[in-house]
Design a protein around this ligand. Structure first.
Ligand SMILES: Cc1cc2nc3c(=O)[nH]c(=O)nc-3n(C[C@H](O)[C@H](O)[C@H](O)COP(=O)(O)OP(=O)(O)OC[C@H]3O[C@@H](n4cnc5c(N)ncnc54)[C@H](O)[C@@H]3O)c2cc1C
Length: 411
């Protein structure tokens, strides 16, 4: 398997050393919380304030060390390091720390949904001056509110509206599935601003910055999933929320393009996250297969187990090659809209299949809390739906293909 090269490898090594020395000690101090969801979440399903504080601490340490913003534009203290390294770093974090210990390492790189990102270049000068220093230093954490109860895959069913009122806007509506909203300082909320354009699917959506202290904003509830006693996703409501025009992000009626700019970065991050977890699961499966014995020999000597391992390795190689090719093309300034969909579809599927086979190799131990394979399995499975479902990726790949817009040349 190929790995990152030259300078990239130095950055990845530095990132790992930083996490080992600065982030894991914070996590270890709260070990019992991270390992027991009855301590991790409170009665209302929100995470414990101790966990929120630890996460902020991790972000701030990563910002001080220069890792948090390294993929952001220079004006936000970043180094614009590019998509190839972005993918490699996400994969390397999840491969090295795996399902049991990525809770805080997950936050050392800023993500478009919650931290500084190039989407903020589209904010007004006033807003950037107000929040960027505290967003870039890791103090503030946001969330990304696009999906709604009746508008998931189909954003054209969005009901949240923003109406101009002089130099302000009044926002009414609701959002659902908003990740990290229970602990967010602000929401990037997407609302219909031109119903005419919107009904013709020509735009008409605008993005606004809404601090969670704004009158009329409410976190209605926390969405709990997979039998957990709490969650990170929330249902939000906006009732006559009044925001100044300077809190608009991007052009009026062009919000959807802005959302997609972030989502494309998110798709590569999710590919890295799931493939990293799949590599972690493979390491465990290889070790286990060598020591677990059945019918007089190590299970690694049974052909079927070897086939699982070999199939997984072929999938890993294909997925990583595809992701790195797509990221490299993006760094060359090429439009990778279709490639990003292909990567998201293929990598999340491959990762889920690989992790699932690794569970099978572990027999009953594959389901035991002790191995934590289930946590990787859940994360990969969720990624079939987040950042656009895999069916929507198929739809957009096919649409672009039929319009002759798919370019399968190598980077
Ligand atoms: C863990 C998690 C975190 C999330 N975080 C965020 C977040 O931070 N911010 C945010 O805005 N949203 C977030 N989402 C929402 C996510 O983007 C939506 O769940 C997703 O877009 C799908 O919408 P839906 O759940 O309403 O499913 P639906 O749109 O109702 O789809 C149901 C099923 O129908 C399929 N389907 C729909 N249309 C088509 C079609 N044209 N062709 C074929 N199949 C189709 C879908 O693929 C799916 O299988 C999150 C979701 C999850 C699960």
């Amino acid at each position: 398997m190929f790995d990152s090269r030259g300078d990239d490898q130095q950055i990845v090594d530095g990132l790992h050393a930083f996490i080992d020395q600065e982030i894991l000690p914070i996590q270890n101090r709260l070990k019992s919380h991270f390992e027991d969801q009855r301590l991790y979440y409170g009665e209302d399903g929100r995470e414990s304030p101790l966990v929120t504080a630890a996460r902020r601490d991790a972000r701030q340490k990563a910002a001080q060390a220069g890792f948090y913003t390294m993929f952001c534009p220079e004006q936000f203290g970043g180094a614009n390091l590019g998509m190839r390294l972005w993918y490699v770093c996400w994969e390397s974090i999840f491969h090295r720390y795996g399902a049991p210990t990525t809770q805080l390492p997950y936050f050392v790189l800023s993500h478009f949904t919650s931290g500084p990102h190039e989407v903020w270049e589209h904010a007004s000068e006033e807003l950037r001056a107000e929040i960027m220093p505290r967003l870039s230093n890791g103090e503030l954490q946001g969330c990304f509110g696009l999906s709604e109860p009746d508008a998931g895959s189909d954003s054209w069913m969005m009901r949240t509206r923003a109406v101009r009122d002089g130099d302000h806007w009044i926002i009414n509506g609701s959002k659902q599935w908003t990740s990290w909203s229970p602990t967010a300082d602000f929401v990037m909320v997407y609302a219909v601003t031109d119903p005419g354009m919107f009904s013709q699917k020509r735009g008409g959506i605008t993005c606004f910055y809404v601090p969670t202290t704004t009158p009329g904003y409410r976190l209605e509830s926390v969405v709990k999933m997979f039998g957990h006693v709490g969650g990170e996703e929330g249902i939000l409501s906006f009732t006559d929320v009044r925001v100044p025009d300077t809190w608009r992000v991007g052009d009026v009626d062009r919000g959807f393009d802005l959302a997609m700019l972030g989502v494309r970065h998110g798709r590569l991050a999710n590919a890295g996250r799931t493939i990293g977890l799949a590599r972690w699961a493979m390491d465990k499966a290889i070790d286990y297969a060598k020591v677990r014995r059945a019918f007089g020999k190590a299970i690694a000597e049974h052909q079927t187990i070897q086939n699982y391992l070999a199939e997984n390795t072929a999938k890993l190689y294909a997925a990583r090659a595809m992701a790195v090719d797509c990221a490299t093309k993006a760094d060359e300034g090429r439009n990778v809209r279709t490639e990003a969909s292909i990567v998201k579809l293929f990598c999340t599927r491959a990762a889920f299949e690989i992790i699932d086979a690794c569970m099978q190799i572990h027999g009953g131990m594959g389901f035991a809390n002790e191995t934590r394979l289930y946590a990787a399995w859940i994360q990969a499975r969720q990624c079939f739906v987040t950042e656009g479902t895999n069916e929507i990726q198929l739809r957009s790949i096919a649409q672009n293909l039929l319009k002759g817009r798919v370019d399968l040349s190598f980077a």
